[in-house]
Write a protein that binds this ligand. Structure first.
Ligand SMILES: [Fe+2]
Ligand SMILES: [Fe+2]
Length: 365
């Protein structure tokens, strides 16, 4: 039975527990020594983990462990090392504990629920999304959205990204719901601006539908498919939605596709040209950016600021808003993900690396 959880790990503490391992990459340190970078997770959060091996190991030893781990992504391994803060981010370093990484742990007596990382109440989220779809007045559009959402592969289970924001089970449905609710609050607040509520809900819920074609389940985690980087989720979303062309009239369908196509705003190929497309674009950024800032602040002491890798900006923890989850209570990596490799945008989190150059908040492209 698992007793040690990520939410209770403090800086400098010894760690020896079972975690799901994924996002495994082989990297080189500044002194040209190979090490393994990965993410470890359980139901309470995710942390970056660096596996250095012990002093007597050579390059081929490290590569051997890398091959095992990379072929077993999503499996449970025993991680024995020490927690440390690096640039304000909590992580785990493994040295001698590498000997436990030759094969996955025996999971026959373990409960999957201890290892699946998700802060989302997926059932509640799904209920709200289905209620929003029901509220679409245009019957044809309502049927289209309902079919597109319920028939997509894993809309209610898959993450919205591997890093930065909503990178956990249920992240895509949580993010889509947040975008829809935020877009509707824009509509309510700007009463003089003419916005089509039906298109707003449809576009918000479907703007990232392409992410369903971007992940596959691997063990107790999700791994990115080649579509993740080869095509990007806007293109896969447009391809997926094309099957629904006959569900509604040509003008409504064109405007729905425009919302999806332009939701990255000035960082995408197509700028929004309708009020609904702009509203979804802004709502998307609000949902993504505020989650990124919130996550970046998890390991920051009150009164200090750090450069957050998720938000790609400086974040400041106000002493006025310190919560139980603040630094010092151990909850320093509740939804954390592995930061991109410095100076190596083609390894590991390359998608996140590209994103940091763009400053757009929607990381998964
Ligand atoms: Fe997106
Ligand atoms: Fe999004």
């Amino acid at each position: 039975m698992k007793t040690e959880f990520i939410s209770s790990i403090l800086p400098n503490a010894a760690v020896d527990s079972l975690f799901v391992v994924d996002e495994v990459t082989l990297r080189n340190s500044s002194n040209k020594k190979s090490y393994i970078s990965c993410t470890v997770s359980d139901r309470t959060g995710r942390l970056p983990c660096k596996i250095w091996g012990d002093a007597g190991m050579n390059e081929s030893d490290i590569e051997g462990y890398y091959n095992t781990l990379s072929q077993s992504q999503g499996d449970i391994f025993r991680i024995a090392g020490r927690a440390a803060l690096y640039k304000g981010e909590l992580g785990i370093n493994v040295n001698d504990g590498i000997v436990y990484l030759g094969k996955p742990a025996d999971s026959s007596k373990l409960s999957d629920s201890d290892f699946i990382n998700s802060p989302v109440d997926i059932a509640a989220c799904k209920k709200q999304i289905l209620a929003l779809i029901e509220s679409i007045g245009d019957e044809d559009l309502r049927t289209l959205v309902s079919s597109a959402v319920t028939k997509a592969d894993g809309f209610f289970e898959k993450p919205a990204a591997k890093g930065r924001h909503h990178g956990y089970f249920g992240g895509l449905c949580e993010h889509s719901l947040e975008v829809a609710k935020t877009a509707l609050s824009i509509e309510e607040s700007l009463s003089d601006v003419r916005l089509n509520r039906d298109l707003l809900i449809a576009g918000a819920l479907l703007h990232d539908i392409g992410k369903c074609q971007s992940f596959e389940k691997k063990g107790l985690s999700y791994a990115a498919l080649p579509e993740y980087s080869l095509l990007g989720h806007t293109a896969t979303g447009m391809m997926y939605l094309s099957r629904y062309r006959t569900f509604t009239d040509a003008e409504t369908f064109r405007e729905l596709l425009h919302i999806v196509q332009s939701h990255h705003g000035e960082h995408g190929e197509t700028l929004p040209q309708t009020p609904e497309a702009w509203a979804v674009h802004f709502a998307d950024n609000i949902s993504a950016k505020l989650h990124e800032v919130d996550e970046d602040l998890k390991s920051v002491k009150p009164g200090e600021s750090v450069r957050g890798w998720r938000s790609d900006s400086f974040v400041y923890r106000s002493p006025l808003t310190q919560s139980d989850a603040a630094y010092g209570t151990g909850n320093t990596g509740a939804k954390g993900t592995t930061p991109p490799a410095k100076g190596n945008k083609e390894s590991g989190n390359d998608r996140d690396g590209k994103k940091s150059q763009r400053s757009i908040t929607d990381s998964f492209r």
